[in-house]
Design a protein around this ligand. Structure first.
Ligand code: ADP
Ligand code: MG
Length: 292
């Protein structure tokens, strides 16, 4: 494209909330055929709400939630906020926590009021040698509704689980339709489990779902697809997403996210939803068309 047409596109993009780093980013984005998006915060609101609390055997549900929420006060993960708010809405008072530790992509551990508590996904339970099969059926049903389940371990015993649900953004379905019309294949990458991810992916007509992805796995996915000849755009918001954004043909930083994500990106969207990606694609196609 000519410097003039790039300048015009950059100006129009800025008005529409799409910040374009340079001419190459725009040119490459016109050639992208595969888009990788995060589930949480991109397709969904990113503000999950507590929906279920299930306690096993002797323990009371209120106690399980009290311990889980106390621990999660130390985490900044949206799932943690859902659990803390859920406890607050139920009038539960939280305990002080010591020895807190967050395990990226898995969960949290620590001591709440002297009790050892761990909370997280199946990989976390695996690390702790916890057998979750007694809960398998109940958990499966909730995941098929698109809910995220987090297991709770109290004093080395599996004590139950909590579940949260994150609403799909109002703009997501229409944006996916538009991106499909642009010929893009859409892949959802998430640290969430397979079953939950599939339920969400299916309801949205996502082409491919990659679940149980640890943060460093997103870069591997980008490399894999590029290795197969795809021209890949990757949208993400987290600090952890920066390597994958940098590895993609076009990295798209969802503007609500971390500064380091923006530094690695060719495109930055001021708002964190897919509509910005549709606008960016229209702009890229229009700009490239002008020069041919
Ligand atoms: P995503 O951004 O796709 O939701 P994450 O890597 O942030 O993925 O998290 C992956 C999974 O790890 C979550 O679905 C959850 O099961 C578990 N997890 C991460 N952080 C926490 C936390 N603070 N408390 C409980 N579980 C967590
Ligand atoms: Mg995330």
């Amino acid at each position: 494209a000519t410097p003039m047409s790039i300048m015009i596109a950059t100006g129009r993009g800025a008005q529409e909330g799409v910040l374009i780093k340079d001419a190459e980013a725009l040119e490459r984005f016109a050639r992208v055929d595969t888009l990788i998006v995060d589930k949480t915060g991109t397709l969904t609101e990113g503000k999950p709400r507590l929906t279920d609390v299930v306690a096993l055997g002797g323990i009371k549900e209120a106690r399980l939630l009290q311990l889980a929420a106390s621990l999660e006060r130390g985490s900044e993960h949206p799932l943690a906020e859902a659990i803390v708010s859920g406890a607050g809405e139920r009038g539960i008072e939280l305990s002080d926590v010591t020895d807190f530790e967050a395990r990226t992509g898995k969960g949290v551990v620590g001591k709440a009021g002297g009790t050892v508590v761990a909370l997280g996904n199946a990989a976390m339970m695996d690390d702790l040698d916890m057998d979750i099969t007694p809960l398998a059926e109940q958990v499966r049903l909730l995941r098929d509704e698109g809910k995220t389940v987090m297991f709770v371990v109290i004093d080395q015993d599996l004590a139950g689980f909590v579940a949260v649900a994150d609403r799909i953004k109002a703009t997501t379905a229409a944006a996916i339709k538009a991106l499909h019309e642009h010929g893009l294949k859409i892949i959802m990458a998430t640290g969430d489990n397979e079953r939950t991810a599939r339920a969400v992916g299916k309801s949205l007509g996502i082409d491919e779902v990659r679940a149980d992805i640890l943060p460093e796995g997103k870069k591997a996915l980008v490399d894999e697809l590029r290795g197969k000849g795809a021209v890949v755009a990757m949208a993400g918001d987290g600090v952890n997403d920066a390597p994958a954004l940098a590895a993609a043909d076009v990295g798209i930083a969802m503007g609500t996210g971390a500064d380091v994500a923006m530094e690695s990106a060719g495109l930055t969207l001021v708002k964190g939803d897919l509509t910005g990606i549709v606008r960016a694609r229209r702009l890229a196609m229009a700009t490239m068309r002008n020069i041919r």
